[in-house]
Design a protein around this ligand. Structure first.
Ligand SMILES: Cc1cc2nc3c(=O)[nH]c(=O)nc-3n(C[C@H](O)[C@H](O)[C@H](O)COP(=O)(O)O)c2cc1C
Length: 182
């Protein structure tokens, strides 16, 4: 089962990206994680789309299409999605072959503050829902006080590791259940 990870944060020291990478070792057997890059996508512009897809847009569309499921980790920026994440979603959303159609998705968020970026998740559910992606309803994972969960750059907080393990364990049967017969 191929899982594509997308982090909504572009910064090198991103906690969301670091936690996303740590998910590779917390996944149940039979799941593998590869992480997409979205920092080289141009800002979505229908004129560019119509003139011929830029390589990074082709790449992310192909990666989402090929994945059995997409795992999104994102901080909350001003109570919602980061522009980078929304841009990636938009590039993959335009027909033909709307890439989010019937795609199983799991999400989590991490922030420096105590709420764990809760609000970004509800906006993500709204956006992906109208694209006919199937977002795992529960468990919800909000990782507050992000920087305190790491020791020497490694995700060491046991409670956080357990929340993520449960999320990924729930994602596997969700993907099987949502699989569309072709
Ligand atoms: C433009 C901007 C807006 C932000 N808005 C919020 C916010 O609404 N809620 C929140 O909890 N944190 C907010 N933050 C703080 C982020 O949660 C924090 O920078 C977090 O560590 C970013 O995630 P990362 O470590 O994966 O880059 C904001 C940060 C930036 C740069």
């Amino acid at each position: 089962m191929k899982i594509l990870g997308i982090s909504g944060s572009l910064r090198k020291a991103s906690h969301n990206s670091a936690i996303l990478r740590a998910c590779a070792e917390l996944m149940p057997q039979g799941m593998t994680l590869s992480i997409a890059r979205i920092d080289d996508l141009p800002l979505f512009n229908q004129d560019i789309f119509d003139a011929g897809l830029p390589e990074p847009a082709k790449r992310i569309r192909a990666e989402i299409t090929a994945a059995d499921g997409v795992l999104i980790a994102s901080p909350e920026y001003n109570f919602s999605l980061t522009a980078a994440l929304k841009n990636a979603i938009d590039w993959a959303s335009r027909p033909p072959s709307q890439c989010w159609q019937d795609k199983p998705v799991a999400i989590f968020s991490a922030s420096q503050g105590p709420l764990g970026g809760a609000r970004v998740q509800y906006d993500l559910r709204r956006i992906l829902g109208q694209l006919w992606a199937h977002v795992l309803p529960r468990p919800e994972v909000f990782i507050g006080s992000g920087p305190t969960k790491f020791t020497d750059g490694k995700l060491t907080d046991e409670a956080t590791r357990k929340f993520l393990t449960d999320l990924l364990a729930g994602f596997k049967p969700w993907i099987e259940r949502m699989r569309v017969k072709k």
